[in-house]
Design a protein around this ligand. Structure first.
Ligand code: BGC
Length: 384
C-alpha cells in the first residue's frame, strides 16, 4: 500500500486548500470538518483506488472508492478515547480476495433473490447465482466490487462524500441503466448519515444498503455477545434453509428474535430454534413497526457496556437485516491483524425485505422511469 499526494479540503476552504497546495496537512477546520484523499492501492486492471478520510465532531471515517467501503469508523468511548468500530482490512488486496462485504455499498439488490430470477412486466429476468441456489447482494460483481467516483462536499457544518456510479442496462442481469448517488455525511455532532438516490431508464428493482460490520468495543477485540441490542420490530421474516423468506411475517414474541426490549446479542443465540439453526445465528430481516417513512425514524439502539459506546440507527426503510457475523470463521485477519471469528462483528443493514421481487405482498422494490429511489439511514453515536 502506497500513500501518494494528499488532497485536503476543509470547510474553511481557503485556508485548507492553501495548506494543501503548500503540501502541508492543515489543522482541523473551525467548523464543518475536513476531507483528505490518498492513494490506497491499484486493482489488477490498473484502476487506482483512493481512500478518503473525513472527520467531524468526534467521528473519523475512512472510505474507499472501491465498493464505497467504510474501511474504518472511529468514535470515542466514555473517556473520550477513539477506536475503530468497523471490521475490515488494512490493504486493497484483502478486500478483493476475500471480503465478506466488509463496509461495502450493496446493490443493485441487497440480500437474496430466490434462484436468481424474478418477473417484471411479464418478462422473466435471470441473475447470476452466487449463494447456493440464490443471488446474493447483486450477484458476483455487485456494487461492492466497482470503483465509484467520489467527491467531497460541505453543507453548513456537515462534511461528506458523494459517491456516484452508473450501472449499465443488463449489468448482473438487472434491467435498466441505473444512475446511483450515495452521500456519506458526518454531521457536526459526529453522526454518520447515508443517503441513497437512484433513477432508471427501464422498470427495474432496487434495494441499496451498506454492509458495515460493527464491534462497538473496537474492531478485533472479540465477540459482540455482550452488546445490548434493541430493535423496534414485532415481526420478522422467517427463512427456508437457503435463507429465502417463506413469505410469513412471524411474531418475535416468545422467540430468540424478540429484541423489543434491549437484550444481549449472545443471550439466545445458542437456542435450538430452527431459524437460528438455519442461519447459524441471526441472519434475518426484521419488519420494522414504523414501516416505510419519508424521514429516518429510530429503529435500533446498540450499547456496549465496557466502553459505554451507544449507536442508534434511524432509517426510512421498512426492514433491517440483523446479521451476527455467523460466517466469519477464523480464516483471515482484519485491519488490526487479529483473526476474525464467528460473531466478532454484527451488521444492521437497513433495507426492503429480501426476495421482495418474488413476494408481491412485501413493500415494493420496483423503480420505474420518472421515479426517484430514495433511502436514508442515520447512525448516531453517544456514550453512557
Ligand atoms: C447476509 C448473510 C451473508 C452476509 C455476507 C448478509 O447480509 O444476510 O447471509 O452471509 O451478508 O457476508
Amino acid at each position: 500500500m502506497t500513500t501518494s499526494r494528499r488532497t485536503v479540503i476543509t470547510a474553511g476552504a481557503a485556508a485548507g486548500l492553501a495548506a494543501a497546495a503548500a503540501g502541508a496537512t492543515p489543522a482541523d477546520a473551525n467548523s464543518g470538518g475536513r476531507a483528505v484523499r490518498e492513494h490506497f492501492g491499484t486493482l489488477k486492471d490498473g484502476t487506482r483506488v483512493d481512500r478518503w478520510t473525513i472527520e467531524n465532531g468526534r467521528t473519523r471515517l475512512k472510505v474507499l472508492s472501491y465498493g464505497g467501503i467504510v474501511q474504518t469508523l472511529e468514535i470515542p468511548d466514555r473517556h473520550g478515547h477513539r477506536a475503530n468500530v468497523s471490521l475490515g482490512f488494512a490493504d486493497l488486496d484483502s478486500y478483493v480476495a476475500h471480503s465478506p462485504y466488509f463496509g461495502a455499498l450493496i446493490g443493485r439488490y441487497g440480500n437474496r433473490i430466490a434462484r436468481g430470477t424474478f418477473t417484471l412486466n411479464g418478462h422473466k429476468y435471470r441473475l447470476p447465482v452466487n449463494d447456493g441456489p440464490n443471488s446474493l447482494h447483486g450477484g458476483d460483481k455487485g456494487f461492492d466490487k466497482h470503483v465509484w467516483s467520489v467527491k467531497p462536499f460541505h453543507k453548513g457544518a456537515d462534511v461528506g462524500l458523494t459517491l456516484r456510479r452508473v450501472s449499465p442496462d443488463g449489468e448482473m442481469g438487472y434491467p435498466g441503466t441505473l444512475t446511483v448517488r450515495v452521500d456519506y455525511t458526518l454531521t457536526a455532532a459526529g453522526d454518520f448519515r447515508i443517503d441513497y438516490e437512484a433513477t432508471t431508464d427501464k422498470p427495474t428493482v432496487v434495494n441499496l444498503t451498506n454492509h458495515t460490520y460493527f464491534n462497538l468495543a473496537g474492531e478485533g477485540t472479540g465477540t459482540v455477545y455482550d452488546h445490548r441490542l434493541r430493535i423496534a420490530a414485532s415481526r420478522y421474516t422467517p427463512v427456508d434453509k437457503t435463507l429465502i423468506p417463506t413469505g410469513e411475517l412471524a411474531k418475535v414474541a416468545g422467540t430468540p428474535f424478540d429484541f423489543r426490549r434491549a437484550k444481549e446479542i449472545g443471550r439466545d443465540i445458542r437456542e435450538a430454534h430452527p431459524q437460528v439453526l438455519y442461519a447459524q445465528g441471526y441472519d434475518h430481516n426484521f419488519v420494522l413497526d414504523k414501516g416505510v417513512t419519508h424521514r429516518p425514524e429510530n429503529i435500533v439502539t446498540v450499547t456496549e457496556p465496557g466502553s459505554g459506546r451507544v449507536m442508534k440507527i434511524a432509517t426510512t426503510e421498512p426492514g433491517v437485516q440483523f446479521y451476527s457475523g455467523n460466517f466469519l470463521t477464523g480464516t483471515f485477519a482484519g485491519t488490526s491483524g487479529h483473526v476474525y471469528r464467528q460473531s466478532d462483528g454484527f451488521c444492521l443493514e437497513t433495507q426492503h425485505f429480501p426476495d421482495s421481487p418474488n413476494h408481491p405482498d412485501f413493500p415494493s422494490t420496483v423503480l420505474r422511469p420518472g421515479q426517484t429511489y430514495r433511502s436514508s439511514t442515520v447512525h448516531s453515536f453517544s456514550t453512557r
